[in-house]
Ligand binder design. Structure first.
Ligand SMILES: Nc1ncnc2c1ncn2[C@@H]1O[C@H](COP(=O)(O)OP(=O)(O)OP(=O)(O)O)[C@@H](O)[C@H]1O
Ligand SMILES: [Mg+2]
Length: 484
């Protein structure tokens, strides 16, 4: 089942570059637009020509209807009939149209082409003219092409005596429109080609940054995390490139830290392990060993095992603290009580070096925190103060609130930290003087752990120090949920 699903998702989809998508979208839009414009222009022009022709034919047919003096009586007079017929034929030539005269019964009495005389015409134009209303319509016949019929009533002495119907070819209008259409098609094709070329060039320009990002991301995937994408334009791509560059620098730093961390862990674990190996090896290879020496070596091995244990405990705490959204066990805690407890726990250690651990009576401050974690952070810092203060020194611990923070200040008059090291002391495994700390047995994880704990509580640790004068650590925790 899994493989079938896997096969389905792995199915290769056809790659269509964004360039082609852009070009084809542009072209489709342009072609649609041109089709609409072409239809609109040709329709409008045809209508204008037809209207013009319509007005012209109505005027001409009206003139004929007014000019010929043709009543029922004159129809019966063959001489008058011939004269009028000649007149009609002349007019027909003049206006280049067929002219048909009909009586009130819709019978053709005169046809300039003499074809329909005597026939009945039931055209809507004839009916309309006989009702007194001029009318003009266009028709298309396969045989004759486009034809316009125009009818006008034939009025004599205020009475409708018949109708004049003109029929004229309007094919020339359509040929002119066809010429315009051809010109429009040519312009459209030229526009489509030029837009295709321009949009292809533009799409190329637009898609170039994407290619740059793809290359950079592929390089990252190959393990070269420090990639930079340079974009010259001042647009969203530039913003994306800036964000990308920040991300890749961060990733590179994290990767370096990870490598450093692994190297440091291995180094720190190897040191006690090699001394254990050395000590146990020398015991094994000696035949008769004094019980004294046995005990001495075994106690050395024991303290190295303790050291290993401490390092592993510290590392596990760090791994724990690194876990995303670590669920802190928040509880309302009197921080003054907590401090008193820690001080009394570490007092014996200070006494060993004859260090005075002073603390003023603390104000009662209750705050929501993970008691065990904060205790660990304070112990790490106070332990450092004892560790890095020579014999007969003094350490001051105070607790106060300032602005919106609770501040635990731990000040010693010890060896101090050089300025160049101050920004690094919270890094994992960082020790100011490796040789010096080696004597005190530190691994450089204490402050990293303390810092991580305080950050998880939305607080921060600040430090001020002067060489050979002393160091002050300030643990600042937010006062939001404080009950004083
Ligand atoms: N109060 C202090 N006075 C002088 N130097 C200090 C003080 N606190 C810390 N440092 C310096 O900062 C370094 C880092 O401290 P950190 O507590 O992280 O490591 P560590 O004490 O060496 O080892 P451990 O992991 O056992 O605590 C120390 O090695 C020391 O050089
Ligand atoms: Mg320490």
């Amino acid at each position: 089942m899994v493989t079938i699903l896997g096969a389905k998702t792995n199915k290769k989809t056809k790659f269509i570059s964004i360039r082609w998508k852009l070009v084809s979208t542009y072209l489709l839009l342009v072609i649609l637009l041109l089709i609409v414009i072409n239809i609109f222009i040709t329709k409008t022009i045809t209508n204008i020509y037809l209207q013009e022709k319509n007005i012209d034919m109505l005027a001409k047919t009206n003139i004929i209807a007014n000019d010929i003096d043709y009543s029922n009586e004159s129809r019966s007079n063959s001489i008058i009939y011939e004269i009028i017929k000649n007149e009609v034929i002349n007019y027909s030539k003049e206006i280049n149209s067929r002219i048909i005269i009909l009586d009130e019964e819709k019978t053709v009495t005169i046809d300039s082409k003499e074809e329909f005389e005597g026939e009945k015409f039931n055209h809507s134009e004839v009916n309309s003219a006989l009702k007194g209303k001029s009318l003009s319509n266009e028709y298309y016949y396969k045989k004759y092409g486009h034809i316009m019929y125009t009818s006008v009533p034939l009025i004599l002495n205020g009475k409708i005596e018949g109708a004049v119907l003109t029929s004229t070819s309007i094919d020339n209008i359509y040929t002119r429109v066809d010429d315009i259409k051809k010109a429009l098609y040519l312009i459209s094709i030229i526009s489509i080609i030029s837009i295709a070329v321009i949009s292809f060039i533009l799409a190329n320009i637009f898609s170039k940054p994407i290619q740059k990002f793809t290359n950079a991301i592929m390089n990252m995937a190959r393990g070269n995390l420090n990639q930079r994408v340079e974009i010259k334009t001042n647009d969203e791509f530039k913003q994306l490139a800036n964000a990308f560059n920040i991300m890749s620098t961060k990733l590179d730093q994290v990767d370096l830290q990870r490598k450093d961390f692994v190297a440091n862990v291995s180094h720190e674990l190897r040191t006690p392990l090699s001394s254990i190996k050395l000590l146990s090896g020398s015991l094994l290879h000696q035949d008769k060993v004094d019980e004294e020496i046995y005990k001495e070596f075994l106690s050395d091995i024991d303290s190295e095992v303790d050291r290993l244990n401490n390092i592993i405990d510290d590392l596990l705490s760090l791994v724990d603290l690194d876990k995303e959204k670590l669920n802190l066990n928040y509880k309302a805690t009197y921080i003054n009580h907590l401090l008193e407890k820690i001080i009394s726990r570490l007092n014996p250690l200070a006494k060993e070096k004859n260090i005075t651990l002073k603390y003023n009576e603390f104000n009662k401050i209750q705050i929501n925190l993970d008691k065990n974690k904060i205790q660990q952070a304070i112990i790490n810092i106070l332990h450092n103060a004892i560790k890095y203060t020579p014999e007969n020194g003094a350490i001051d611990v105070s607790l106060y609130s300032k602005n919106k923070d609770v501040i635990i200040e731990i000040t010693d008059d010890g060896i101090g930290i050089p300025e160049k090291d101050l920004e690094h002391i919270f890094e994992r495994f960082y020790r100011v003087d490796k040789a010096r700390t080696r004597n005190t047995g530190g691994t450089g994880l204490g402050l990293a752990i303390a810092n991580q704990i305080v950050i998880l509580h939305q607080g921060k640790i600040e430090v001020k120090s002067e060489i050979n004068k002393g160091t002050s650590f300030y643990i600042k925790l937010p006062l939001n949920d404080t009950i004083v």
